[in-house]
Design a protein around this ligand. Structure first.
Ligand SMILES: Cc1cc2nc3c(=O)[nH]c(=O)nc-3n(C[C@H](O)[C@H](O)[C@H](O)COP(=O)(O)OP(=O)(O)OC[C@H]3O[C@@H](n4cnc5c(N)ncnc54)[C@H](O)[C@@H]3O)c2cc1C
Length: 321
């Protein structure tokens, strides 16, 4: 028996959230004694696949057809089902993401597998199979039982520590023909502008109305460039046209789960917090000590963004020298 992990990649790099899913599977396998295989789709360098072993997988099945990088959901689902059956797996583990959600739902129907998403802890198998999941954008938790033979767990980003104590995984080319008959063909992929995509970013520097106008965004851009961060903003900022809508973070925008979220001149309204409470560490910069964001933050700087930010950028620059 084994646990299968579905890996997502971006331009040949395995996503960190997928490595977290492998780490989760490894910690679970230590309780159950199962092996761990992972499925990688599309062109990926051997060094990248080795990382999967470090996170805990013993074997990586690799389907090399480059068309898988297009993210055709039906093609991914079929490949995943084939790998699941080949490995004789009982449990599928994957990272929660837009692609992961779409694929997991299809695989769940094909395999008649119980699916729980946004999982934050290892399953409790003392009596049945219970999993804790995050709900209401992180405001509450639900305990869920899965009663089916096959189980699918999609893991919330940043809920699991990355493991690096594994050894190199054996990489096996999996001879699976790209399905041409899915009824869906990806004809073009248009990437959002910006070097780092907001939903995938490990660090986000985000600005609110406290920045006073779009001309002042340069101080955020400088800090983001030093940190290798993506830019985000509050809803009013994008509504005012100061920043593009794809940078709008919150309940009605993008939900982010970076390792570090730096909120500058954002008040911390509940609708904004709903999009950021998956962040591992939150730093708040605001000149009003009573701003609600400070209650949600791990670190806070009470001060004028126009004074604090250049100093912070300079300090990061100095640290990197
Ligand atoms: C249905 C609904 C959905 C919504 N969805 C979202 C959403 O998805 N995302 C979202 O962001 N909002 C959302 N909102 C809006 C939300 O309620 C807030 O109005 C919004 O988040 C406030 O944006 P802000 O913090 O940038 O602006 P403000 O509330 O105006 O806050 C600006 C902050 O900047 C600080 N500041 C001012 N000058 C400086 C300075 N020089 N240096 C440092 N700090 C300074 C101020 O102290 C203040 O805290 C939604 C609202 C509704 C009703």
């Amino acid at each position: 028996m084994s646990i299968l992990v579905y890996l997502e990649q971006v331009e040949g790099s395995i996503k960190k959230s997928s490595l977290e899913a492998v780490s989760y599977a490894k910690s679970f396998a230590e309780k159950t004694g199962e092996g761990i295989s992972a499925l990688a789709l599309g062109a990926i360098e051997a060094a990248e696949l080795a990382k999967v072993g470090k996170a805990g997988a013993e074997k990586v099945l690799h389907i090399t057809d480059e068309r898988f990088a297009e993210g055709n959901i039906q093609a991914h689902s079929r490949a995943l089902v084939a790998a699941f059956q080949k490995e004789g797996a009982k449990t599928l583990v994957l990272a929660k993401s837009s692609l992961g959600d779409a694929v997991a739902a299809r695989v769940s129907v094909i395999l008649h597998a119980g699916l729980v998403s946004n999982v934050v802890e290892l399953p409790d198998t003392n009596s049945g199979f219970k999993v804790r999941r995050s709900i209401y954008t992180g405001k509450a938790f639900a305990q869920t039982s899965i009663n089916t033979d096959y189980k699918i767990l999609s893991i919330k980003k940043n809920a699991v520590d990355l493991r690096t104590d594994g050894s190199d995984a054996s990489v096996e080319t999996f001879d699976f023909a790209y399905p041409e008959d899915t009824g869906v063909k990806v004809t073009a992929v248009e990437k959002a502008k910006g070097d780092i995509l907001l939903p995938e970013a490990d660090i986000v520097v985000s600005g609110g109305r406290g920045l006073k106008g779009p001309e002042n965004w340069v101080i955020l851009e400088d800090l983001a460039a030093e940190l290798g961060a993506a830019l985000g903003c509050s809803k009013p900022v994008s509504d005012l046209g100061w920043r593009p809508h794809h940078e709008h973070v919150g309940q009605t925008g993008i939900k982010v789960s970076p390792s570090l979220y730096i909120a500058v001149g954002i008040s911390g309204a509940i609708q904004h917090l709903a999009g950021v409470n998956g962040s591992r560490v939150i730093v708040v910069i605001n000149n009003d000590p009573a701003a609600p964001f400070f209650k949600a933050g791990d670190y806070g700087i009470v001060g004028d963004a126009f004074e604090v930010l250049p100093k912070l950028t300079e300090a990061v620059r100095a640290l990197k020298k």
